[in-house]
Design a protein around this ligand. Structure first.
Ligand code: SAM
Length: 272
């Protein structure tokens, strides 16, 4: 059943009846304290270029505009984008799907923020950490389980392809968790806010294709040993590498750090 239509927050002159769309993950923040805490974690100020993904009814936008930064946004819902333009005519909102956005177009330093729709948060973060040329800082609210996967350490239950990929590009810090009561409509799960900071160039993954190819291979069969997963590609070079790394070929994918995954990927798929 669809949630009932209700009134959007904001100045009375711009109140609008809008029915939240479940298909777009529209759980709007109505708690100003939480919205400000998230926006302030971006530490944006005058001179910073900031992109907000999914501004919705402007809960974060409002605070970001106060900071004096140059604010842009991508919003898939054309009705909401229209309302935001009426409310803040100087604010540049593009009606676009963040899943299809060409992140490489963002030249120069950018800060990116979003209370992301649960169903598309992982692929959006996956793409932007790799493709934004200079991501100064990212602050994202996501489902708590996704936040745990983003920040997970090797060996933990949440550690997987998303952890390795994201941590190969950025440093992830979990900031705080957020309960369902601050949203309308209320989601069934807890949320959490993470902060991403780009790694120094020498620590950051340079050629992403080998790792992009190896990760699904390994984590689709995470209970298997690496020597079984990699059997069709095995050779003396892999024996030697495991020995040099003081790793057992019987190790499972979740035991390898992001750095080791990168080395292994370049060895397994050298021509990529
Ligand atoms: N930022 C607002 C807030 O905190 O209340 C809204 C957050 S709501 C969880 C997610 C927002 O992302 C909605 O406004 C929704 O329309 C928008 N959205 C959903 N899918 C999107 C996509 N693929 N690209 C861009 N925006 C999207």
């Amino acid at each position: 059943m669809m949630p009932p239509a209700f009134r959007a927050e904001g100045p009375k002159t711009h109140r609008v009846a809008h029915r939240p769309k479940r298909s777009l993950g529209q759980n709007f923040l109505h708690d100003q304290g939480t919205a400000w805490k998230i926006a302030d974690a971006l530490e944006a100020c005058s001179g910073h270029r900031v992109l907000e993904i999914g501004p919705g009814r402007g809960a974060l936008t409002c605070r970001l505009l106060e900071s004096g930064c140059d604010l842009y946004a991508l919003e898939k819902d054309g009705v909401l984008a229209g309302e935001l333009k009426k409310r803040w005519p100087e604010f540049s909102v593009t009606v676009a799907d963040a899943l299809r956005f060409n992140w490489t177009k963002l030249d120069g330093p950018w800060r990116i923020i979003g209370n992301l729709p649960y169903n598309v948060a992982s692929p959006i973060i996956w793409d932007l950490v790799a493709d934004v040329p200079r991501l100064e800082r990212g602050v994202f609210m996501v489902q708590k389980e996704v936040a745990q996967r983003l920040a997970a350490a090797p060996g933990s239950r949440s550690y997987g392809a998303l952890s390795v990929w994201v941590q190969s590009h950025v440093q992830v810090r979990g900031l705080f968790t957020v309960g369902p009561q601050v949203f309308h409509p209320r989601p069934k799960v807890d949320s959490a806010v993470v902060r991403l900071t780009t790694l120094a160039p020498k620590e950051r993954l340079q050629h992403s294709d080998p790792l992009r190819r190896l990760l699904p291979l390994c984590f689709q069969q995470r209970r298997k040993q690496l020597k079984t997963i990699l059997r069709p590609l095995w050779g003396d070079h892999l024996d030697q590498w495991f020995q040099d790394q003081a790793l057992r070929p019987e190790s499972r994918p979740e035991e390898l750090s992001p750095c080791r995954f990168q080395l292994l990927a370049n060895l397994v798929f050298p021509s990529y």
